[in-house]
Design a protein around this ligand. Sequence first.
Ligand SMILES: Cc1cc2nc3c(=O)[nH]c(=O)nc-3n(C[C@H](O)[C@H](O)[C@H](O)COP(=O)(O)OP(=O)(O)OC[C@H]3O[C@@H](n4cnc5c(N)ncnc54)[C@H](O)[C@@H]3O)c2cc1C
Length: 522
Amino acid sequence: MEDRISKIVIVGGGSAGWLAAGVIAAEHRIDPQAKQPFELVLIESPDVPTIGVGEGTWPSMRSTLQRIGLSETEFLRECDASFKQGTWFRDWQTGNGDTYSHPFTVPIDYADINLAPHWLALTGAPPFADAVTPQTALFADCLAPKQITTPEYAFVVNYAYHLDAGRFADLLRRHCTEKLGVEHVKANVLQVNAAENGDIRSVTTDRSGEIAGDLFIDCTGSKSLLLGEHFGIPFQSKQEYLFNDSALATQVPYAEEDQAIQSCTHSTAQTAGWIWDIGLPTRRGIGHTYSSAHISDDEATAQLLAYIKEIAGDEAAADVTPRKIRFQPGHRREFWHRNCVAIGMSSGFIEPLEASALVMIELAAGMIADQMPPTREIMDIVAQRYNRKFRRHWNQIIEFLKLHYVLSERDDSPYWRDNHATASIPDKLSEQLLLWRYRSPWHQDAEAVDELFPTASYQYILHGMGFRSAPRHTRSHQQDQLQHRASELFQQNAARASQLQQALPGNRELLNKVREFGFQKL
Ligand SMILES: Cc1cc2nc3c(=O)[nH]c(=O)nc-3n(C[C@H](O)[C@H](O)[C@H](O)COP(=O)(O)OP(=O)(O)OC[C@H]3O[C@@H](n4cnc5c(N)ncnc54)[C@H](O)[C@@H]3O)c2cc1C
């Protein structure tokens, strides 16, 4: 076959580059000796640092790591990683100490019954998430999602990870180069060279000359060197919907070495953004993401320091020098153009809320690995499908993230008031909100089988933030049976929560055991 894809060149060695390399190499079993079925080269600049943030993941990361062939024990030890079971939100609804949770476990018996209308009909019920899943009961006590006897990647309750982004890229690099046959070139790409047909023929580097390829994966971060700069695929800003464009990131030590490690990301709303707080075994990763149009960097820093004082004391706050990061919320108009596909920050980034960036990288790498075009002729068909799918994912990210802001009753600053302006709400979200006034979302609301955010996530955000769908007034024998079943499930859930609280170890206790003994291999 003349136009066979025989060499893939990835440019960029952040989480996107190495995850893409790992997933593709593992899927196609690249043999370092025979170099079949294709070569995979990753070029990484020795001078341009990675973005170095991105510590929150989704449960999909468990499958991705397994797919790459990494041991969970090694991953947890090497990446200073901990277990993440969801997100806990504070001050998002009223700003007066309100809280709610978005756990990773779907409501009990979710496939068969929508508990939301039954929960809405109760008086004096516990918060929605507490009523429908035992997972949130583990948040308060900083409990783990499994035991040391649970095999690698298996769970008692669904979970993802918090991790150190720098150490994660290092581990992936070692694994990809030592175990998966990925060739690593440390050089700066200086120029992108076009072929006669308009594809990319090669890239010119400062230390390794010209490197040719058949498929180029642009993982150069927000520079978007290949897709953006070379091909000129326009960037579409989404700041009209989601205003945050700045972040201050820092790390805070624990006051005591054996302090409990949170089971979920803590997200605390501020007057013009929100603060993330992520617990790793050796430190906390804390940052403030905000809209520069609504607050100055100095004010944002003051809010971050006030938060750190509150949770870790004056001394911890005094030692903090946050790193400033600017980003533009949005994405490229298309992501796969000719023989170049962009993954990670080079394809787009909206903001850290709900940690949707790494999961998009996993999905992108997974689709490229699964649908790897064997020839150049097939590539355009795969590219079109890829672009359609990822446009849908980006739209859903924007709508789902905006939901968090739209539902807020906060009126204490221009940021929150601007977030309620009709023009700032995507049309589809406005439509959905109107519809959900009459019925709580459930399976019918999923328009595709592979939606990024499941309908259960919408339920957690909507009902966690006090949104009420009108009660249904139909009375039938079947309705009575469902009501009865719902009551049983609420009771079962409460019993399961108490049982798990007794049975599961603390996060730190389990992570210490993993360090010492490791999990059983699956
Ligand atoms: C404030 C903030 C918080 C975030 N939090 C989360 C989170 O909690 N969860 C989540 O999923 N995501 C999060 N993200 C996003 C996440 O950090 C990124 O999606 C992820 O790190 C992937 O980055 P990347 O690999 O695309 O880019 P980068 O890490 O920027 O890597 C770019 C790579 O390209 C290389 N490069 C650049 N120019 C050249 C050149 N000329 N030649 C050769 N190589 C070159 C660099 O050396 C580097 O290796 C966050 C982002 C921000 C800004």
